[in-house]
Write a protein that binds this ligand. Structure first.
Ligand SMILES: Cc1cc2nc3c(=O)[nH]c(=O)nc-3n(C[C@H](O)[C@H](O)[C@H](O)COP(=O)(O)OP(=O)(O)OC[C@H]3O[C@@H](n4cnc5c(N)ncnc54)[C@H](O)[C@@H]3O)c2cc1C
Length: 413
């Protein structure tokens, strides 16, 4: 029995992948099914890398990818008043069931992905425990003996034995997987057990806004080398997200809409058709990455945002979460090697560290330096990237993939 806390993309991908190999699971989700799907309707589209799409197909979950919204073919970098389009490398794969196509990245509605996974899990006999909040995990022996228990408030699946006081049920499980996001229980338990939580401030603050009137963009656009950073990112079929670098602690009211439109027009270039229109949301956010130093403590495993949370700039969170889940499902199969889980932990921790380094590198490349003198190095890197086809190809390959980062630890393991 494997307990999964959280019915987000990480938790449901794991539950579906384990169902494919007949490993029994119980998924605890604190909200109801309708509320979970309604919340996903409000979330931005998810850009999946070709290697994530291929991995989902290989795990037998291709049908959840039936309805991509669009493909992403390039990343655009604006420097010296020019927009450079860097094409992303493509892989030929089953883009939709029965339709093979060369794809770099594809965009999916968050609710479609989540709903597809949920339907698949239920068809395979899964019964998510809605409105059931995991409130504690006990018996986490660091040596990893079996017999972990999870305490949940709410109903248990029929047929499972439980003991505990009213509303608190104790369930024995071989593994407990915390897929409960960056503010969930998993991080707290891990921290209380001595696992280090890491928070990295990137020394940058953004004004983050979602725009409705601007024609949605297909390929993301970032400024590099401007006095301040701006980005225009696909959000949904009808909306666009923009990021504008502002001073730390700056009040959003210091950014009335006319100032915001003027900055966007100047920094992103005139061709972006940033027609002033409705601003659906506007917040000020310091840019922070966070995560756990280890993705395993005894029988507790952390995956997805619970394990690592990155700024949106490289759109890697769901890709990492789904790879965490698919690779963990392989490690938890009945015939997996005895050391499969420790190997998984090493490999995925390295993947998260590598994704963090990639995100930090992109932030550094695109934002003006905080320290004087660093601008020389950055402008040199930018010139090399934009002027050298081999450097552009290497950048594009890193940008469009979540996979290569796994390789070194597999060797080390
Ligand atoms: C604006 C924006 C754009 C993004 N774009 C992309 C993109 O293009 N590509 C990409 O790869 N990533 C993207 N991401 C990141 C991606 O959405 C997340 O990394 C991913 O959804 C994380 O999934 P998760 O399942 O780990 O966590 P979550 O989606 O947070 O799911 C956690 C679940 O656990 C439940 N839960 C929490 N605590 C408990 C508890 N104690 N008991 C029971 N249930 C609990 C929660 O209710 C929730 O349902 C984007 C993020 C943002 C904010």
């Amino acid at each position: 029995m494997i307990v999964i806390i959280g019915a987000g993309l990480a938790g449901l991908t794991l539950a579906c992948a384990l169902a494919e190999v007949n490993v029994p699971t119980v998924v605890f989700e604190q909200y109801g099914s309708a509320a979970t799907l309604a919340a996903a309707e409000q979330l931005p589209d998810v850009v999946l890398d070709a290697d994530t799409i291929a991995a989902l197909h290989a795990a037998g979950l291709g049908e959840v990818l039936a309805a991509p919204v669009a493909t992403v073919e390039a990343v655009r970098l604006r420097a010296d008043s020019r927009t450079h389009r860097i094409a992303l490398p493509t892989t030929t794969l089953a883009y939709r069931p029965g339709e093979a196509r060369a794809v770099a990245q594809a965009r999916y509605r968050h609710a479609d992905l989540l709903g597809g996974l949920l339907e698949r899990y239920i068809v395979r006999g899964g019964q998510p425990r809605w409105l059931t909040t995991a409130i504690a995990v006990a018996g986490l022996a660091p040596t990893g003996t079996r017999g972990t228990a999870v305490v949940a408030s709410g109903p248990l699946p029929s047929g499972l034995s439980a003991n505990g006081s009213l509303g608190r049920q104790v369930l024995g499980a071989e593994w407990v997987v915390a897929a409960d996001g960056r503010d969930g229980l998993g991080r707290t338990i891990a921290a209380n057990a001595g696992v280090q939580l890491v928070r990295h401030h990137h020394d940058v603050t953004w004004l983050v806004a979602v725009l409705a009137g601007t024609p949605p963009c297909q390929d993301p656009l970032y400024t590099t080398g401007s006095a301040q950073f701006a980005a225009q990112l696909p959000y949904t079929a009808t909306t666009t997200q923009i990021l504008l670098q502002i001073g730390p602690g700056e009040d959003p009211s210091a950014w009335p809409e006319d100032r915001m439109w003027a900055a966007l027009a100047e920094w992103l270039g005139p061709e972006q058709l940033m027609a002033p229109g409705p601003v659906l949301s506007k917040v000020v956010a310091p840019v922070v990455s966070s995560g756990v130093e280890l993705m395993r403590h005894g029988q507790l495993l952390l995956i997805g945002d619970a394990a690592h949370h990155l700024p949106v700039v490289t759109a890697k969170g769901a890709n990492l979460a789904m790879h965490d889940a698919l690779t963990l499902a392989a490690a938890l199969q009945a015939d997996a090697r005895p050391d499969a889980v420790p190997r998984w932990e090493r490999s995925r921790t390295a993947a998260a560290v590598s994704a963090h380094a990639c995100t930090a590198g992109i932030l550094e490349l695109t934002h003006p330096p905080v320290q004087s003198g660093a601008g020389f190095v950055r402008s040199g890197r930018r010139r090399m990237l934009l002027g050298d086809p081999a450097a552009r190809a290497a950048f594009a390959a890193t940008w469009a993939s979540t996979l290569p980062t796994d390789a070194p630890t597999e060797r080390a393991g």
